[in-house]
Design a protein around this ligand. Structure first.
Ligand SMILES: Cc1cc2nc3c(=O)[nH]c(=O)nc-3n(C[C@H](O)[C@H](O)[C@H](O)COP(=O)(O)OP(=O)(O)OC[C@H]3O[C@@H](n4cnc5c(N)ncnc54)[C@H](O)[C@@H]3O)c2cc1C
Length: 599
């Protein structure tokens, strides 16, 4: 039952699509250079000399040791400094990490920004096995935090003390064509689920940018797609089977226990291991995606119409430019069919500007010394952007040039695309990254507050005033509200709509020093948005993206802030009842939701 990360089905199949989609490396592999804290550097020379060794041979060995040390230090200094821009990648290659013990596994999130090493990683294959895992762990008070595909940018599913993962519980259990519902094991990935139900003419109502999440994971954080009439994904859940430490396996639904059901839908993995989920589906539908380029002035005029007349709509803002990319998706008209459209530019023409910039910036001497460099004509736009940013990620002027090239790319990419909703609603988010995404009220569809656009205008001004090397895009999406009280989009008023705004900084490098610098700059950027915007717009971070501050005062302020928006006492009470030994919890959750003094 306890598998040494065989991760047979779900996880392995992720790799071909995303190089770093999930790094669940076993202990025998060398950790990625630059991402792991450096482990003690062990050499045989460091072992204590045996007591039987003669003094002369130990003298000889001592001098040999000194000589080796001098040579080693010389080599290390030579390769490490002065550390020219184009040779940073060399540094980490010199060193080898000591291998981890056999039974220690490194588990890391998609962006390599959060990582734990653990000895406990359960992968049950059936409900009975899962129940056994939970029972045993509870008896031993051993932690088993539920983790899905491990995609959450803040690693909210990770725990060093131990995890349970349902990758091997990934079946479609029942399809009710009449009610348009599907019951699945919670370890099934979104893509697997939609592939499994398409023969019944069904699909999910909406999608996030990627489809590699497990259903348990995507629901538990209240993830979302876009469309002001469409709620976040937890709202599609009609019942769940929870395996709880204190109360065994329970079925929760609106009919059986509405309070617990709504709380547990977006329960952040702390109210039970979700074993099965029943989801309300919709008829499978073909959509037409329309990409166009606009300006803030135009958007302001058309915003209400854009929100209400499109099933799905999102805006991508490009910092330091006036470009707003508008992407809408709507059902193909039954009468007219898909629009007849011939693109003005080919893909090569759209990419030309970005490729040229890369060729100008990328110095020929680097090119000739690096045979591994891929042909730039083979790279997608997001791969090119990553490569360009990697050249000087924190230089504002450089980032502005990349952003301008991106604006040019989108202008030449205007047009239409047609496909099934599960194929077309995704988005290529680029490479490893830091993100912060907030959710705030934006009025109703009939009366939008326009706060969503004000937020963006302020954010763009802030970026420019503070000289933040902010790359593109700032992504803005909308959802209807959710009845799950822990959802950032929760509201008792059913007409309320919410806007979700994501800021980003890419990590296009494996160099530890550069990643650290980008991380610091990103947290500066995020802090400025927090100080200037969050309270004024009642904005709260996405649960998969909220970071826990290291500073105690900031943590206390965050805890108080969360209490204002979410029913923290009710959530903690349910946790105490269902998981009194906190075996499903991790440090992040403990910090976000400490028990109140009265409890
Ligand atoms: C490239 C990229 C694009 C993304 N795009 C979007 C987007 O468009 N919209 C959006 O909202 N989010 C987006 N996300 C975030 C992502 O959807 C969420 O982080 C989601 O939770 C990931 O699912 P997972 O299976 O990896 O869950 P994990 O990250 O492994 O876990 C998430 C939470 O679910 C809990 N959990 C997992 N499985 C279970 C279970 N069986 N029982 C109980 N609890 C469980 C964990 O404890 C944890 O609290 C994106 C992330 C990436 C990396």
């Amino acid at each position: 039952m306890l598998r040494s990360l065989s991760l047979r089905r779900s996880l392995h199949s992720l790799r071909p699509h995303h190089r770093h989609l999930i790094v669940l490396s076993s202990s025998s592999t060398v950790p990625r250079a630059g991402l792991d804290p450096i482990r003690p550097f062990c050499t045989e020379a460091a072992a204590p000399a045996a007591s039987t060794t003669s003094s002369s041979s130990s003298e000889v060995r001592k001098y040999m040791g000194y000589t080796a040390l001098v040579l080693f230090c010389g080599a290390a200094t030579y390769y490490s400094f002065p550390f020219p821009e184009n040779a940073k990648h060399k540094k980490a290659q010199l060193f080898r990490y000591a291998p981890l013990p056999e039974d220690l596994h490194t588990v890391s999130n998609w962006s390599g920004t959060h990582e734990v090493q653990t000895r406990v990683f359960h992968q049950p294959e059936s409900l009975a096995q899962l129940e056994e895992v939970v029972r045993e762990a509870n008896a031993k008070r051993a932690r088993i935090r539920p983790v899905g595909s491990g995609l959450s940018p803040n690693g909210i599913g990770l725990s060093r003390a131990g995890m349970v993962n349902l990758a091997l519980m990934d079946r479609v259990l029942e399809v009710d064509k009449e009610r348009k519902t599907v019951r699945v094991e919670a370890g099934i990935r979104v893509q697997q689920l939609v592939d499994g139900i398409k023969e019944h003419g069904l699909t999910l109502q909406n999608f996030a940018s990627i489809r590699e999440q497990q259903i348990g994971g995507i629901v538990q954080v209240g993830a979302h797609g876009t469309g002001a009439r469409l709620p976040p994904i937890d709202e599609q859940v009609t019942s769940m089977k929870l395996v709880t430490p204190a109360k065994g396996t329970i079925e929760v639904s609106k009919e059986k226990d509405p309070e617990l059901f709504y709380l547990a839908r977006c329960g952040l993995g702390a109210l039970g291991v979700v074993a099965e989920v029943t989801l309300q589906c919709v008829d499978r539908q073909e959509l037409v995606e329309h990409t166009s380029v606009s300006t803030m002035q135009e958007i302001k005029k058309n915003h209400k119409k854009l929100l209400s007349e499109n099933k799905h709509v999102k805006y991508l803002y490009i910092p330091y430019t006036d470009t707003v990319v508008v992407v809408t998706c709507n059902p193909v008209s039954k009468w007219k069919g898909p629009p007849k459209f011939k693109p003005k530019y080919t893909v090569d023409e759209a990419l030309q500007h970005v490729r040229q910039l890369y060729q100008q910036k990328y110095r020929p001497e680097v090119k000739s010394s690096n045979n591994d460099e891929p042909d730039i004509n083979e790279l997608s736009f997001t791969e090119l952007r990553d490569k360009l940013l990697a050249l000087d990620p924190l230089n504002k002027d450089h980032v502005i040039k990349v952003n301008q090239a991106e604006a040019e790319f989108w202008k030449k990419s205007e047009g239409y695309r047609e496909g099934w909703s599960d194929e077309i609603l995704g988005f290529d988010c680029g490479g490893q990254q830091w993100v912060s995404e907030t959710c705030f009220p934006a009025g109703t569809l009939s009366k939008p507050s326009m706060k969503d656009l004000e937020y963006i205008e302020e954010l763009k001004r802030l970026i420019e005033k503070e000289d933040i090397p902010a790359p593109a895009p700032i992504e803005q999406r909308w959802t209807a509200c959710s009845k799950s009280p822990m959802s950032p989009a929760s509201s008792p008023a059913k007409d309320d709509i919410f806007s979700w705004v994501g800021i980003i900084m890419y990590l296009p490098t494996s160099d530890a020093r550069q990643r650290k610098e980008i991380t610091e700059e990103f947290f500066h950027y995020r802090r400025l948005t927090q100080e200037q915007l969050w309270d004024r717009y009642s904005a709260y971070e996405h649960w998969a993206k909220i970071e826990v501050p290291k500073d105690n005062e900031e943590l206390v302020a965050l805890q108080a802030r969360l209490r204002k928006r979410f029913p923290v006492d009710a959530y903690n009470k349910a946790r105490r009842e269902l998981d009194p030994n906190k075996i499903l919890c991790n440090n992040k959750l403990e910090k976000l939701f400490p028990p109140s003094e009265s409890s």
